[in-house]
Design a protein around this ligand. Structure first.
Ligand code: 6GU
Length: 249
C-alpha cells in the first residue's frame, strides 16, 4: 500500500514514520510513505505559497495553484485516481472503521494545510474526503496524517508480525482491550490474576471477555451499547452454557 503526503513540512512526515513498526513495514516493502513539498510548486520567485485572505481577517491562506500542481503531480506519479484526503478539523472524525475501509485502497494521498487553511477552489477540485482526527484545532495537517497512516498501515497484511493481534484488540467489536500482565507474577504486592497462570485457555478467554465487557461498560458506555446491540444477551447465555466455562468460575 502506498501513502503519499503533500505538505510544506516533508521532514516532519519522514522523521515521524521511519521508526519501529512502520519503518520495518517500509523495509519489507509492504508499504511506501512518500512526501512531496508543496513549496516546490510555487509559481512565485520567492517560493511563496500563501497570501492574505480576500475579505480580510487573521492569518494567511495557502494559494490554489501550488496545491493543485502538487496534488496533480502526485496523482500522475501514482498512475491513477487515488483518493485525496484533506486533513481538517471540519472533516468527518477518523475512526477504526474508517481506517479499515481506507486500508483496502492501493494508494492514498494526504493533503496537509497550514496557516488559516487552503483556498476553497482547489479543495473543491481535488479533495475526495475531508477528515478530522478529533474536536480540537492543530497547527497543521501533518500530525493528523501521521496518526492516520499509523492506524491504516498496521491493518495492512503482514505489517504486524502477530496477524491475529489487529483483530482481538481495542475497538474490535466495539470492546476495549482486557488488561495485560507480564513477569514478575508479584509486583508491589500486586498479584497477576490467578486465572492467567492456570494455563486453562477456555477460562482465560472467558475472563478476558468479561474484563473487556466490564471496562467498556464503565469507561465507554457508548461503545458498550453498540456491542450489546450487535450481540444480544442470547448469544452470551449460550457461551455460559459451555460446561468448562461455568464449572471453573
Ligand atoms: Cl485533520 N487538521 C488540523 N489542522 N487540525 C485538526 C485536525 C486536522 N483534526 C483535529 N484537529
Amino acid at each position: 500500500m502506498n501513502f503519499h503526503v503533500c505538505t510544506l513540512f516533508p521532514e516532519m512526515i519522514k522523521q515521524g514514520c521511519n521508526t519501529s513498526i512502520l519503518g520495518r513495514a517500509m523495509e519489507k516493502g509492504l508499504i511506501t510513505i512518500g512526501t512531496t513539498d508543496i513549496r516546490d510548486f510555487s509559481t512565485n520567485k520567492h517560493m511563496k505559497v500563501d497570501d492574505y485572505p480576500y475579505g480580510g481577517g487573521a492569518g494567511m491562506v495557502m494559494q490554489a495553484e501550488p496545491v493543485y500542481a502538487c496534488v496533480e503531480h502526485v496523482k500522475k506519479q501514482l498512475g491513477g485516481n487515488a483518493r485525496v484526503l484533506y486533513m481538517t478539523p471540519q472533516g468527518r472524525t477518523f475512526s477504526q472503521d474508517m481506517a479499515q475501509e481506507l486500508a483496502k485502497e492501493e494508494n492514498l494521498i494526504f493533503l496537509c494545510g497550514h496557516y488559516e487553511g487552503i483556498d476553497e477552489r482547489v479543495l473543491e477540485e481535488v479533495v475526495t474526503d475531508y477528515v478530522s482526527i478529533g474536536d480540537y484545532v492543530l497547527t497543521g495537517g501533518e500530525l493528523p496524517a501521521m496518526v492516520m497512516i499509523d492506524a491504516i498501515a498496521r491493518l495492512v497484511p503482514d505489517v504486524l508480525h502477530n496477524d491475529v493481534s489487529a483483530d482481538i484488540e481495542t475497538f474490535y467489536d466495539n470492546l476495549l482491550e482486557y488488561p495485560q500482565y507480564s513477569r514478575p507474577a508479584v509486583w508491589h504486592d500486586k498479584e497477576v490474576p490467578a486465572v492467567l497462570l492456570s494455563g486453562h485457555h477456555k477460562n482465560i478467554e472467558a475472563w478476558r471477555y468479561e474484563q473487556s465487557l466490564e471496562r467498556t461498560k464503565r469507561w465507554r458506555p457508548d461503545l458498550y451499547e453498540k456491542h450489546m446491540e450487535a450481540h444480544p444477551p442470547v448469544i452470551k447465555k449460550k457461551r455460559k452454557k459451555k460446561k468448562n466455562n461455568s464449572e471453573n468460575k
